[in-house]
Design a protein around this ligand. Structure first.
Ligand code: GAL
Length: 413
């Protein structure tokens, strides 16, 4: 703790301006698409302005990056800072004491007073201390539609999933792929969560993802979710297997496809493509059926330096404080397509879709627990494998898939 106190004093003494020796921090993350790169540059620029040095360690794809990040930290080769999902990604590393304690900065800056919903910061707590800083709110509960594809073909722009399903055959006839999907496991798993809410309502989502209610998981509403994934399977092109989410987003941006069900990070792609919400594209939170949001997202962790160097810890604390500052939060989230973790900032520059999201967030009843905050990485992995197997195999009976789903929940840790 002495090292920590020296670091905190160093930060406080310098009043957040590191006039003393500049410190390099290697920062790992998986933000490599156009929109993500534009957003992470906001963090890097802000940190470099303090006089320290952001050494970018981008690793493409969450599925690749996460195990690399975790094994480096547990293997004694820690980076200076890393992005992971808000939730249980780093649970074992925090328990093993491998993460820098951020509690003093969190209390000094009053994180608990402005970070909302409170469960984002709660996901960073362990035994009364704070070990990560949430930086955004991402929700998978969105559908993105290319307005021109419908208008140019004399079709009404769908206002919900059912209207979209009804319009799909007409899109196909016009040579437009109705639904752009990237076939990676996490994408199909995310889409299943969106259907749970859109078809089964908030109640079904909570029963399964919070109460782990096996009756609900085995019930008729969840059967509808499996059937909807089957319907979605019939709307894609053959090239979906292994497709990256941002390539699927690009199909909607360029009009090759009519829509995509994807988290609001997709909006960053529309933004870098110069497209405007409400003009070039539309967004349907909760597929236009149940306008709710899950509050998944990203948090930054700061692995303890192998040599306990207090200058590194000081720079880590400075970065943690910077990432939730008002100005950085606005600039970063506008580029990332996510929502800020604080409600006390001016978001007049936010576009139609972000405004829709902020409105939904105002009512706590519209906020769902992000799946990754409910399940361990192992359980999430089993669910992802089941969903991608079911999506790829039109001959897999719904009954068989749903029975395996119930079993995963029954054995979830
Ligand atoms: C999520 C992450 C988002 C975005 C997305 C696609 O896990 O929270 O920030 O990067 O992956 O890569």
């Amino acid at each position: 703790m002495i090292g920590f106190r020296a670091a905190l004093a160093a930060t406080t003494m310098l009043g957040g301006l590191s006039v003393a020796s500049a410190t390099d921090l290697e920062v790992t993350h998986w933000w490599t698409s156009g929109g993500e790169a534009a957003a992470v540059a906001v963090f890097a620029d802000a940190f470099n302005k303090t006089g320290h040095n952001w050494v970018d360690g981008a690793i493409a794809g969450g599925g690749n990056a996460r195990p690399i990040i975790i094994s480096r930290i547990s293997g004694g080769d820690p980076m200076g800072a890393t992005q992971l999902n808000t939730g249980r990604d780093a649970e074992e590393l925090v328990k093993a004491g491998l993460m820098t304690d951020l509690t003093e900065i969190a209390e000094r800056d009053g994180w608990a007073d402005f970070i909302r919903p409170a469960k984002l910061l709660d996901s960073c707590r362990y035994e009364g201390r704070i070990y990560c800083v949430p930086v955004n709110i991402h929700s998978f509960q969105w559908m993105w539609l290319n307005r021109g594809v419908f208008e140019d073909n004399g079709l009404e722009i769908p206002k919900n999933w059912n209207e979209f399903v009804a319009a799909a055959p007409a899109l196909r006839e016009k040579g437009v792929i109705p639904l752009a999907v990237g076939g990676e496991a996490w994408q199909i798993n995310g889409m299943a969560g969106v259907f749970q809410v859109a078809l089964g309502g908030v109640e079904l989502f909570r029963k399964i993802n919070v109460d782990r209610d096996l009756e609900a998981a085995a019930g008729p509403q969840m059967t509808q979710v499996f059937e909807a994934i089957g319907t979605a399977r019939g709307m894609v092109d053959d090239g979906f297997v292994g497709r990256a989410w941002n390539d699927a987003a690009n199909m909607v941006i360029t009009g090759k496809a009519g829509a995509q069900i994807m988290g609001d990070w997709a909006q960053g792609e529309f933004s870098v493509a110069g497209q405007k919400a409400g003009e070039d594209y539309d967004c349907l939170p909760g597929l236009g059926v149940y306008p709710v949001l899950d509050t998944g997202g990203d948090a930054f962790y700061f692995p303890k330096p192998a040599d306990d160097n207090p200058e590194v810890v000081a720079a880590q604390l400075e970065m943690a404080s910077l990432l939730v500052s008002k100005e950085v939060q606005v600039d970063f989230n506008l580029k990332k397509g996510s929502l800020p973790i604080r409600g006390d900032i001016d978001l007049s520059a936010a576009n139609d879709c972000m405004q829709k999201g902020i409105k939904i967030l105002e009512n706590p009843d519209n906020i769902l627990p992000g799946g990754e905050q409910s399940w361990s990485s192992d359980t999430t992995g089993q669910m992802e494998d089941l969903w991608v197997e079911f999506f790829n195999d039109p001959d897999m009976p719904v009954e068989e898939a749903q029975a395996r789903y119930v079993e995963i929940i029954e054995n979830a840790d």
